[in-house]
Design a protein around this ligand. Sequence first.
Ligand code: DI6
Ligand code: FE
Length: 399
Amino acid sequence: MTADTVFANARVATLNGKTPYGLIDDSAVAVVGDKISWVGPRTAAPAAKETVDCEGGLITPGLIDCHTHLVYGGNRAREFEARLKGASYEEIAKAGGGIISTVKATRTASEDDLVASALIRLDRLIAEGVTTIEIKSGYGLDVETELKMLRVARRLAGERPVDIQTTFLGAHAVPPEYTGRADAYIDHVCNDMLPAAKAEGLVDAVDGFCEGVGFSPKQIEQVFMKARDLDLPVKLHAEQLSDLGGAKLAARYGALSADHLEYLAPDDVGALADAGTVAVLLPGAFYYLRETKLPPIDALRAAGVPMAVATDANPGTSPMTSIILAMNMACTLFRLTPEEAIAGATREAARALGLQESHGAIIPGKAANLAVWRAEHPAELAYHIGDNLLKFRVYKGKI
Ligand code: DI6
Ligand code: FE
C-alpha cells in the first residue's frame, strides 16, 4: 500500500523493547493517516505520496510526559525563598502555604487565564518533542474548580497538536474549609467531586497524594474504591516524603503507576512488579526539594518494574517544563541508563497512562507521533543539559 508520508534518511530508535533502543541504522518510517504503517531499512521503504528527508537525523517516538500538574494559577517563588531560608516543604504546607496557596490562586483564575498560563508551559514541552501529556487537577479541591481545571486541560488539546490525558487529583490536600476534617473532605471527593467529573467525561484516571501532609492509605483507599465503582483506573503519589505503604495499596488496586517512590521500601518492590504497576520517577521534585533519599532503583530494575520518567511540572516542588532535563536528571541523580531514561519518556510513560497499545514506540499500527532530532545516537538526548536537539515533531502523521 502506498504510504502518505515516508520519513527517510534517518536512524530510527523504535523503542520496541527488543534490542538496545530498538535502533535501526539507515532507515525510514512510513505513515498512513495518523498511524505508523511501516518501519525498516531505507532501501525497503514503501512508495509514498510524500518523502521527508530527515537529513541523517534520529527519529524517536514522540515524547510522553506522563505526570504533570500543568494547569494552575500563580507561582510559588516566595515559597522558594522561604525554603532557602530554612523552612521545610512540610512546615510550609502545615502553615497553610504550599499547595493551598496555589489552590487560592487557581480558584480565582478564569478558565481563559488558566488556558493562557498553561499554554506557555505546554509550548515548552511541545518544543522538546512531546506529543502526549498527562495533566492532573488537584489545585481546585472543590467541585467547581476541579471541573474547571479538567476542562482547561482538555481545552489545551484543541489549542495545540498534542494528546492530553486528564487525571482527577481531588485527594491532593485538605482545603481550608475542611481543616481538621480530612475524612469529611474525602467523603465529599468520593460522593460529589469525582462523580461530577466523571459525569462530564473529564477523567481518564484517578490519583491521590498519600503522605503525612496529604492523605492516609485508609483515606486514599476510599477514593480508589470509588474509582473502581466508576470503572476508572488509579495511580498514586506514593512514598515521596515518607513511607506510608502507598505503593502497596496502589498495587493492590492494580494501579497504572506509583509515582515518586523515594521512600519505597525495597521489600515492597515485588508488589509493584506483580501488579504490572509502573514506577514513575520524578527527579525534578527530588532535585528541587534537595531530597537525599534515592528511590530504590536497583531493586526496581532487578524486579523488572517498568520505570517511567516525567517532569512533575508543578509550581511547588518541580517548576520544570523540560522533559529533556528530566531525562538527564534521571541519569545523573538516579543513575538510570540513557536507554532507561528515554524508554521512560516514551514506551514506559505510555504504559503509565494505559496507552501502551497505541503509543510510545515506533511499531506499525501505533500512533504516528514522532520526534526527529539533530543527533546521531539516542544517548545524546539524555546527555546534554539545557540543549534541545529537536528538528521537528510529527503528530498524527503531520509535521
Ligand atoms: N507531590 C508533588 O510533588 C506535587 N504534588 C504532590 O502530591 C507538589 C504539589 C505542590 O507543592 O504544589
Ligand atoms: Fe505530582
